[in-house]
Ligand binder design. Structure first.
Ligand SMILES: [Zn+2]
Length: 504
């Protein structure tokens, strides 16, 4: 008979282990439990908690930082411009940012009148988790009253807040697993890591690039441990700063990871343990097991160079992000396959074929345009040779409609063919070539090219086009080119050109 292994819906009781005989979690609702042993850190699957308000104050808006943030990728929720209260609770399921993990978002419901307040972010101030609560309808007094010290509340992660947290936990716990394997198997310490905005891949920064074989071997080993479903637990004790060694540095002077923040006053030392794999000081929320964390490593590293040191980024995906990535890449591939009317595996071949065809078509178009240019030039020369011997300058305007990607190139090809074939003709000439797109609007561009037998004629012609038609352009020697913006009308612009020509 087949047996199903049911995954625990709640955090196992041995997840959070207090290893010191003296460390207690206060049940006095008048004092806040410090960051390090908050409910979200003791029980990462807990979504609701009944607790009390300890302190509340109006949040003074801080001026936005003048410097750009160092990592633009780290998620920061959009903070509304409404007034906010800073609320400290006795305990909370809302994680304040820390350890590279961004803040949670959630709700506080006041039990007295069942009013729901939105927590837009939480931050650690010293040792306390501070909830930034949105004031309803700008009524600060009512909010201060509802959330006054002693008020009974339920703090919770709503669906959006939970999805966000579950994604963060999945990526953070995967990062611990990945960093541990890189360190122990390849002697590659993690210099930094980034929990990027969902659904981008996160990355660890390591001192050198990795070969595809190394990446595969780490991925295989990680997923073997995932399959085994290694357990995760937390060990906490009082923090003794004199025993903290700080972070190691590499020969290059680059530090490995980050030390405990100087402003942390919670007094708790917290270590995240992945059974038989890793022990790492960290304040983040971590899943109780890696069983659901299939790890996908993007099969290449990205080289980074800063001032005098080199490092590399290895990108990874797990949990909800991996599913999102699979869905989006699948959709991209399927949509492309539909456009190309082929099965997904044939897409690379078909794309190659399309690119080849396109190159051939462009070559063919070039050839045809060159021929056409010669043909148009030939017509002009026939006309010119028929009047050879007459007096004055041969002047001609030819207007065309072209939807080519390179109109000036085409007009140049005509002028090139023209001057090539006219080198033996002695009669002076000025030819204006103009080309407009088939659909014209007020912002359409008509390309204007003027060629002639001598510099003076061309210069005078160019000046005339500028002053009479507002063409913007310039020229050198026997060629002048410019652009006319707007709708080109036969009766107006073409007539104006005739006027310019007749004045030469
Ligand atoms: Zn961590």
């Amino acid at each position: 008979m087949a047996t199903a292994v049911l995954l625990a819906p709640s955090t196992p009781p041995d997840y959070h282990r207090i290893t010191s005989p003296t460390l207690r979690i206060s049940d006095d609702h008048k004092v806040p439990i410090p960051v390090g042993i908050l409910a979200c850190q003791r029980d990462p699957l807990l979504r609701y908690l009944t607790t009390s308000v300890v302190a509340t104050s109006l949040s003074q808006p801080v001026a936005p930082p003048t410097k750009k943030p160092a990592k633009k990728s780290v998620i920061a929720p959009t903070i509304p411009s409404d007034p906010l209260l800073e609320v400290i609770l006795h305990d909370t399921v809302i994680f304040p940012e820390g350890g590279g993990q961004p803040t949670d978002t959630g709700l506080i419901t006041t039990t007295a009148n069942s009013t729901v307040w939105e927590v837009v972010q939480a931050k650690r101030h010293g040792g306390h988790a501070v909830h930034y609560v949105r004031v309803k309808d700008g009524d600060v007094d009512a909010a201060l009253l509802a959330l006054s010290p002693g008020a009974s509340v339920v703090v919770s992660l709503d669906q959006g807040g939970w999805d966000r947290r579950y994604d963060h936990m999945s990526m953070h716990t995967s990062q611990h697993l990945l960093s541990a394997l890189l360190e122990t198997r390849l002697d590659l310490p993690t210099l930094s890591w980034s929990l990027t905005s969902y659904p981008s891949p996160c990355y660890v920064e390591i001192p050198r690039g990795m070969s595809p074989e190394e990446i595969i071997s780490i991925q295989t080993e990680a997923n073997r441990l995932v399959f085994e479903g290694r357990k995760v637990h937390i060990e906490v004790e009082e923090l003794d700063r004199s025993k903290e060694n700080g972070v190691p540095t590499l020969e290059t002077g680059r530090s490995v990871g980050k030390a405990l923040p100087d402003d942390y006053t919670g007094g708790v030392k917290r270590v995240v343990v992945i059974d038989g794999v890793d022990r790492n000081p960290c304040c983040g929320t971590h899943l109780p097991s890696i069983h659901n964390l299939q790890l996908f490593l993007l099969p290449h590293t990205e080289a980074l160079s800063r001032s005098n040191t080199m490092s590399a980024r290895l990108y990874f995906l797990a949990g909800p992000r991996l599913i999102a990535h699979l869905t989006s890449t699948h959709n991209l591939l399927t949509n492309t396959a539909n456009i190309l009317s082929c099965g997904a595996p044939l897409v690379p071949d078909r794309v190659n074929q399309v690119v080849d065809e396109r190159k051939r078509a462009e070559k063919r178009l070039d050839d045809v345009e060159t021929d056409l240019a010669r043909f148009i030039a030939g017509d002009l020369i026939n006309e010119l040779s028929r009047i050879e011997g007459g007096d004055g300058v041969y002047k001609k305007h030819v207007h065309r409609t072209d939807d080519s990607g390179n109109v000036l190139g085409f007009l140049n090809a005509i002028s090139f063919a023209l001057s090539n074939q006219l080198s033996s003709v002695t009669k002076p000439y000025v030819v204006v070539l103009t080309s407009s797109p088939s659909m014209q609007t007020n912002t359409s561009t008509t390309v204007v090219l003027l060629v002639g037998s001598d510099d003076k004629l061309v210069k005078a012609g160019g000046e005339g086009l500028k002053s009479k038609l507002g063409v913007k352009g310039g020229g050198k020697g026997t060629k002048w080119s410019g652009k006319f913006i707007g709708v080109w009308r036969e009766a107006k612009e073409s007539t104006a050109i005739e006027d310019v020509l007749s004045g030469l």
